[in-house]
Design a protein around this ligand. Structure first.
Ligand code: SF4
Ligand code: SF4
Length: 198
C-alpha cells in the first residue's frame, strides 16, 4: 500500500559554502584524530608475538583442583585426589547450565579420610560457558577454579567439552607452570568465608 503524501517529510539537502566545498574542515578533523592516535598511549598488543599480561583474577579455562597427596601417595607418584565432593553447588549456580556431574560413593580408602562422595564424571562444556565465575564462588571446598589459560582451542565441539581428566590436567599444567596458584583461601570462619587471594 503506498504511503500517503501527508505522512512523508521531505528533507532539504544542506547547502555547502565555499569553505565546506573545499572539504578542509573534514580533512582537518581527520588529521586531528590521526595525530591524536599517533601520540596517545599505545593499547594494542601484538598478539601472539606479545603475550598479554593478565590479572590474577582473569577467568579463563576451568580446572579441577587436587587435594594434597599424603606422603605415601607422593612416594608412589600419586598426584592427589580430585578435591570435588560432588555437592552439585557449582552446577546449581551455573547460569549457562554447562556443568554436568554424576556423583558416586567415594572409594573405601577415601571414606576413611572423611570423604563420602566424589564425582564419577564431571563435564564442563567450555563453549557454552560464559566464564562468569559463579561455579568458583559457589564451591565450598575450592575444588573448581577458573585459570588464566585463555588460548586453549579445539577442532570440534567435542574437544571443547572437558571431562574430569582434562580438567585435572589443566590443574597439573597450571600449577606446574606456576601461572595459577590456588586462587582462594579459607577465611577466619572456614570455607564459607573464603576471600580471594591477590
Ligand atoms: S564460569 Fe559461569 S557459566 Fe562457566 S561453568 Fe562456571 S558458572 Fe557456569
Ligand atoms: S561445588 Fe565444588 S565440590 Fe561441589 S560439585 Fe562443584 S566442584 Fe565439586
Amino acid at each position: 500500500m503506498p504511503i500517503p503524501e501527508s505522512e512523508v517529510s521531505w528533507v532539504e539537502e544542506a547547502k555547502l559554502g565555499l569553505w565546506e566545498r573545499l572539504y578542509l574542515p573534514a580533512i582537518i578533523e581527520g588529521l586531528k584524530v590521526t595525530l591524536g592516535h599517533m601520540f596517545s598511549r599505545k593499547i594494542t598488543e601484538q598478539y601472539p608475538e606479545e603475550e598479554p599480561k593478565l590479572p590474577a583474577n582473569y577467568r579463563g579455562v576451568h580446572r579441577l583442583n587436587r587435594d594434597e597427596p599424603t606422603d605415601e601417595e607422593r612416594s608412589g607418584s600419586e598426584k592427589g585426589r580430585v578435591k570435588c565432593v560432588a555437592c552439585y553447588m557449582c552446577a546449581t549456580a551455573c547460569p549457562a547450565h554447562c556443568i554436568d556431574i554424576v556423583s558416586a560413593p567415594a572409594p573405601v580408602e577415601w571414606q576413611k579420610a572423611g570423604r563420602e562422595k566424589y564425582p564419577e564424571t564431571f563435564v564442563i562444556d567450555e563453549l557454552r560457558c560464559i566464564y562468569c565465575g559463579m561455579c568458583e564462588e559457589a564451591c565450598p571446598v575450592d575444588a573448581i577454579e577458573l585459570t588464566t589459560l585463555y588460548d586453549l582451542t579445539g577442532l570440534s565441539r567435542e574437544q571443547m567439552v572437558f571431562d574430569k581428566e582434562k580438567l585435572l590436567s589443566v590443574f597439573d599444567i597450571t600449577t606446574k607452570a606456576g601461572t595459577d596458584p590456588i586462587r582462594t583461601r579459607s577465611g577466619k570462619l572456614g570455607p564459607a568465608s573464603e576471600t580471594p587471594v591477590g
